[in-house]
Design a protein around this ligand. Structure first.
Ligand SMILES: Nc1ncnc2c1ncn2[C@@H]1O[C@H](COP(=O)(O)OP(=O)(O)OP(=O)(O)O)[C@@H](O)[C@H]1O
Length: 310
């Protein structure tokens, strides 16, 4: 088991991470969710001994790894946010190059390269130079590099940022498959709550350096069990209608989208007739009014008053 104990990083006067406590059990997919600047990258950089903590500890099997990270490094594959590949080499050559850094040679190296190419779905593109790859293919190869030394655990720093939906799904499915077939432990950081919701057994939510929620999906959603989310849809949302919602004492929070307003209300409040009345008063035609199952986004909104992706 890996444990982060009161892990803290201060840059001058600012806490990038403050008293972070987390644990990751073998075989789990754990999500670290938070908006840009929450402290996710700093946290995982401390976990993988790339950044020295200001205070606190990281323990692997109950032993601190801060002073002697080598045993932990052997079992961990780090997938950085930035693509770290040689653009002028082919996919295969990149894997061969990084494999040699891990002391792989000869038949062992070519077998591993074949296996990794298969796992990331790039076997048929192995001879193509990386410069010609799409963003999603580069990200997949980046993941492949982290898997060359057969790690037991992958630490992935926002691995789907800026790629097409198809590649994104491929990466998510690959993570699920590695976990199911090889019991790979995964720490997955993201600011996309749908990804974390889809992938993870347990979730930690960070904001501004602080841990603001932790638990299973169900436990985290319990945080807002006293409230429910109602989605109101209309082709045209009138400003006066939104203002009336915001001023309504029954409604705790109003979030405005393009053709949808989401409101948080006490669980037992019956707001349907109220919403329809407000729409009529403001001359607005509604497409639908529905109760929604709360998402992690709703939890984040409830805890911070802000959307996860501003
Ligand atoms: N080397 C550094 N020097 C000074 N401040 C830093 C440094 N690295 C990070 N920070 C600050 O620490 C805070 C947390 O940054 P961090 O990159 O860990 O967040 P994040 O959640 O990973 O967000 P992102 O997705 O944007 O990388 C930010 O306010 C950032 O500006």
């Amino acid at each position: 088991m890996i444990e982060l104990i009161d892990l803290t990083k201060k840059f001058k006067q600012n806490f990038a991470v403050k008293n972070l406590n987390m644990f990751i059990e073998k075989g789990e997919i754990v999500g670290l969710l938070g908006p840009n600047g929450a402290g996710k990258s700093t946290a995982i950089s401390m976990l993988s001994s790339l950044v020295e903590p200001t205070s606190g500890d990281v323990q692997f099997e109950n032993k601190s790894i801060l002073k002697n990270p080598s045993s932990f490094r052997k079992i961990v594959g780090m997938v950085p946010q930035e693509i770290a590949l040689y653009e002028d080499l082919t996919a295969e050559e990149n894997l061969q190059f990084f494999g040699r850094i891990y002391q792989l040679r000869g038949k062992k190296l070519s077998k591993k390269v074949d296996e990794v190419l298969e796992q990331i779905g790039l076997t048929d593109r192995r001879k193509d130079i990386v410069k010609k790859f799409s963003g999603g293919m580069k990200r997949r190869l980046n993941i492949g590099v982290a898997m060359l030394h057969d790690p037991e655990m992958l630490i992935m720093d926002e691995p789907t940022v800026g790629i097409d939906p198809q590649s994104r799904n491929y990466i998510l499915d690959t993570v699920k498959r590695l976990n199911a077939e090889r019991q790979m432990t995964v720490l997955y950081t993201s600011h996309y709550m749908e990804e974390v919701e889809f992938l993870c057994d347990r979730i930690y939510i960070m904001d501004k350096g602080n841990l603001i929620a932790a638990g299973t999906k169900e436990e985290i959603k319990q945080i807002i069990s006293s409230e429910k989310t109602v989605s109101i849809k209309a082709e045209i949302l009138k400003h006066d209608f939104i203002q009336a919602l915001e001023e309504n004492p029954l409604i705790n929070r109003v979030t405005v989208g393009e053709k949808e307003v989401t409101i948080l209300v006490p669980k037992d409040a019956n707001v349907f007739s109220e919403v329809i009345k407000l729409a009529e008063t403001n001359g607005m035609e509604l497409t639908s009014v529905d109760n929604k199952t709360p998402t992690l986004e709703d939890v984040f909104l409830h805890l911070t008053g802000r959307a996860l992706r501003d």
